[in-house]
Every structure is written in C-alpha cells, then in structure tokens.
Design a protein around this ligand. Structure first.
Ligand SMILES: Nc1nc2c(ncn2[C@@H]2O[C@H](COP(=O)(O)OP(=O)(O)OP(=O)(O)O)[C@@H](O)[C@H]2O)c(=O)[nH]1
Ligand SMILES: [Mg+2]
Length: 218
C-alpha cells in the first residue's frame, strides 16, 4: 500500500488545528498567528499590544522558539499569561504542541491569544494553527524582495505589518515594492507600517486587531 506521508501529516495538522479552533471558539478567544523572520520585532509588537490594550482586552500569549524561554520571560514581565513552547528541531509550531500549550492557560480569562511562531518565513506558512487571523511581519532591514521570494506566507496572511520603519532612512527598502508584491499574491491583504520604537503606525495596527477581536468575542 502506498502511503502519501505528506498528505497524512497535513491531514492530521488540519484535524488538530480544527480542535484548536473549536476550543478557542468555545472559550470565546480570538487568536492571532504571528509569523516573521527571526528578529523582525514580533515579541516587541506583542509587548506594545499588551500595553496599549491593557484594561480593554485580556491578552494571553504562546511563544514558539526552538530553544529558550527568553521571549516568554519578556512577556511575563507585563503581567499577562504566557506559555513557552520549545520546538527543538521543528522550524514551526506544530498544532499538537499549541493544543497542549492551551492546557497551561486559563482561556476563560483571555480575549485575545497571540501565538508567536518560530522565526522564519517558510515552514510556519504551511501549517494551520486554527487561528482567526494570520499576521506576517516584515522589517525594513530584511529587504523589499521578500514577498517575491517567500510568497506563501504573504498569500496566506490577512495582515502584513511592515516593522522598524524608523530604520527607513538608513536602509534601502521600497515599501511600494513590498505592497505590490504582497497584493499580487493576496489582493485582500491589509498593510500596516509601524515602528515599535517611535510608536508610528502602532495605533492603527492595534485598533484593527482590536476591531477584529471584538467582532468575534463581542
Ligand atoms: N529599530 C527598531 N528595532 C526594533 C523595533 N522593534 C523591535 N526592534 C528590535 O529588534 C530586535 C528583535 O526584536 P524582537 O521583538 O525580539 O524580534 P522577534 O521577531 O520576536 O525575534 P525572534 O523571536 O527571535 O524571531 C530587538 O533588538 C528589538 O529591540 C523597531 O520598531 N525598530
Ligand atoms: Mg520573539
């Protein structure tokens, strides 16, 4: 009997993602799968979201890294629930690890779950995590050709957030080139330009997240 291992794995990932989606829907939690290259500013963005939405939306976080709990420690300092996943050899958070991470969180005390995926633009794009919203971040220091080279993550993301715009005076980065390439694979993608350092653009990005969250949780 010939077994298509790739298809089996994908099917099982989708089944588990369905369980995550069901669990989060039952607990009325809106989930965001945040994907980017290493160091594009994911954890910093989550920290900014926690501070900006404090008192309005209860945030919980799952951090995904191959090793260490450095990012979870950063989030914990803000006084919100966080659980760290270490994927060891895996270049993305597998759905089964996210499902078991949810056991460590009090979902009844959360409205919005940020899942920070393992830093890269390739593997996380292929793996569903039952999320309500997929956000890809691209920093201006990474090069404006990235949507052309790694189209899948741009195609499957609802929001594209261009980060570290404070560095624009120092790097060659054509924002319009990024938007054009991202929209070519995903005409519905919403684009935001932010700097976590200066705060520029953060409010419109976070307002949109809040709006989408409220649309689900009421
Ligand atoms: N100039 C500038 N630097 C930033 C900005 N946001 C984050 N950084 C810096 O970029 C570096 C990486 O930020 P992180 O938030 O740790 O990035 P990350 O995407 O979570 O990294 P990984 O989890 O390792 O993939 C840190 O030195 C941050 O201080 C920004 O808006 N502008
Ligand atoms: Mg991080």
């Amino acid at each position: 009997m010939k077994v298509d291992i790739g298809r089996e794995i994908q099917q099982s990932a989708e089944e588990t993602a369905g369980k995550i989606r069901g669990l989060l829907a039952a607990r009325n939690v809106f989930s965001v799968n945040l994907i980017s290259s290493p160091g594009s500013g994911k954890t910093t963005l989550i920290e900014k979201a926690i501070e900006a939405l404090r008192g309005r939306i209860r945030i919980a976080v799952v951090e995904g890294d191959m090793e260490t709990d450095i990012d979870a420690a950063r989030i914990r300092r803000h006084g919100v629930q966080v659980h760290q996943i270490n994927t060891r050899s895996s270049c993305h958070i597998p759905p089964f690890l996210l499902l078991s991470a949810l056991d460590h969180l009090d979902l009844d005390a959360a409205d919005l779950l940020f899942v920070e995926n393992v830093g890269n633009l390739v593997c996380p794009a292929e793996v569903p995590l039952g999320e309500d919203l997929r956000v890809v971040a691209l920093s201006v220091a990474e090069g404006d050709e990235k949507p052309l080279k790694y189209p899948l993550v741009f195609k499957t993301s609802d929001l594209l957030v261009i980060t570290k715009t404070d560095l624009l005076p120092y790097v060659k980065f054509d924002t319009d080139r990024v938007k054009t390439a991202a929209r070519a694979v995903n005409p519905r993608v919403e684009v935001f330009e932010v700097s976590s350092y200066t705060g520029s653009g953060l409010s419109s990005f976070l307002e949109r997240i809040e709006e989408l969250c409220r649309r689900k949780i009421g």
